[in-house]
Ligand binder design. Structure first.
Ligand code: MG
Length: 305
């Protein structure tokens, strides 16, 4: 498969001089794949030099090979997967909006259900997931997979709210760590794991909260860290300097670790999520509506992505 590369130069918009160190002016946006309905959950697998992502309404996962450029279906039906990440053993961890569960793909390809209920009730529809260095799995649980049949299966909400959870995969212990957000969505730790950032897509304005992470994994704080007047924050990632690269409507916004918006990348389609990848972790892969794009940057993402 080959896809048209946008003829317009990549539009890096510098709002603060510090952003100029983050990219080369010759860098161009590439469209790697298209023909999807709503791309989400990009994850880069270094050992295979492959990107996986979800095409949620089509209930499938696709893959793109960095060596050949070949695009293929990876899993169908996918259970309406959304977000993915890798655990410390390189196994794929996936949020299934249809199955209302978090699953792990073992190295032999079999699926293990990690969690599906909290206090005897089904989860809403796990959306995005990240693994901490201690192996704990943190995920968000808004209702987007159960409100209608578009991104999942219409069904009643059983949980009293939409929470952020922490799962201990060895014991199965599942704990609510945030219960003060409307629709928690994308999430990421700062490189030193001192902070956890969580986006909320359930308010009138796109907001991202910042929680302080204690040594035992307890969260405190949770103030609104940044907000967006041009769309919602959905998925996002940090680079090694602690900058936050986030979806923000039809753009990617880059914030310094202190929250300052320093630059934007304008995109041809509305962005849902992104991930750093490539052998050096300096290639940004972007899920945007019908397509997957990439651009090579002058920064490196936190690994594992
Ligand atoms: Mg999301």
């Amino acid at each position: 498969m080959s896809f048209e590369i946008p003829s317009e130069p990549t539009e890096f918009e510098v709002l603060d001089a510090r952003f100029e160190d983050c990219f080369r002016k010759s860098a161009r946006l590439e469209r790697l794949a298209s023909g999807c309905r709503w791309t989400e959950g990009p994850v880069y697998i270094p050992s295979q030099r492959r990107l996986l992502w979800s095409d949620i309404p089509n209930e499938r996962m696709l893959s793109w090979c960095e060596v050949s450029g070949h695009v293929a279906e990876f899993r169908k039906p996918s259970g309406y997967t959304n977000g993915h990440t890798l655990d410390r053993q390189g196994r794929l961890i996936s949020c299934e909006q249809g199955g209302r569960r978090v699953v792990r793909t073992e190295h032999d390809g079999s699926l293990t259900v990690l969690t599906s209920h909290h206090e005897g009730k089904r989860l809403n529809s796990p959306n995005d997931v990240v693994v901490k260095s201690d192996g704990s799995i943190w995920f968000t649980d808004p209702p987007y997979g159960i409100v209608d049949d578009y991104e999942g299966i219409r069904s009643p909400q059983e949980q009293p709210g939409c929470y952020v959870y922490r799962l201990q995969p060895d014991t199965g212990e599942l704990r609510v760590v945030v219960d003060t957000m409307t629709h928690p969505n994308g999430l990421a730790f700062s490189p030193d794991e001192r902070w956890l950032y969580v986006a909320d897509t359930g308010l009138d304005v796109g907001t991202m909260r910042r929680f302080s992470v204690d040594a035992d994994g307890t969260l405190t704080g949770g103030e609104v860290f940044i907000s967006c007047d041009t769309g919602f924050y959905d998925g996002f990632r940090c680079d090694t300097a602690g900058r936050i690269w986030t979806s923000a409507g039809r753009a990617i916004h880059c914030h310094e670790a202190d929250g300052t918006l320093i630059g934007r990348i304008r995109m041809p389609e509305r962005v849902s999520n992104l991930v750093f990848g490539g052998p050096k972790g300096n290639r940004l892969f972007i899920c945007a509506t019908s397509s997957v794009y990439s651009v090579l940057l002058a920064v490196n993402g936190v690994k594992p992505c």
